[in-house]
Write a new protein. Structure first.
Length: 136
């Protein structure tokens, strides 16, 4: 299991994601963020990072940026061969918007194509819920 963090490089956000990662996923393989490679794309940030995470399943490589400063002890530094398993992608936004999506290996009955979306056996359709709003 991997954790694709929002990772904006702020103490508050990086600290919160590190705590979440350590408490909920103590046995996870690693944590990474694509922010240093793509910048902060504002409203498109989560979509861009989900797309890159999906491509890591296809290509078998997590294109993590190299570390340039001390970070989390399981922070992936530089591109690595991706082990099989799930990837949790988190995204944190202003105003209390917090999202997470769990990505998994393509299914045997995957629709052909680079992202290999899964089809529901019941409805024949597929889709993902990508966002939710925190209530205070």
């Amino acid at each position: 299991m991997y954790f694709n963090a929002h990772g904006p490089g702020t103490r508050q956000c990086d600290g919160a994601e590190s705590q979440l990662f350590d408490e909920l996923f103590p046995g996870a393989d690693g944590i990474f963020s694509f922010k240093p490679l793509v910048g902060h794309c504002q409203a498109a940030a989560a979509a861009v990072e989900v797309a890159i995470s999906c491509l890591s399943y296809q290509e078998g490589i997590i294109p993590a940026p190299p570390s340039v400063a001390p970070g989390h002890d399981r922070l992936i530094s530089g591109p690595v061969v991706r082990e099989s398993g799930v990837t949790l992608k988190s995204s944190i936004g202003m105003g209390g918007y917090n999202t997470a999506i769990l990505l998994d290996e393509p299914a045997e009955n995957a629709i052909p194509g680079p992202l290999r979306a899964r089809k529901s056996p019941e409805s024949g359709r597929f889709g993902l819920t990508l966002t939710a709003v925190s209530e205070f």
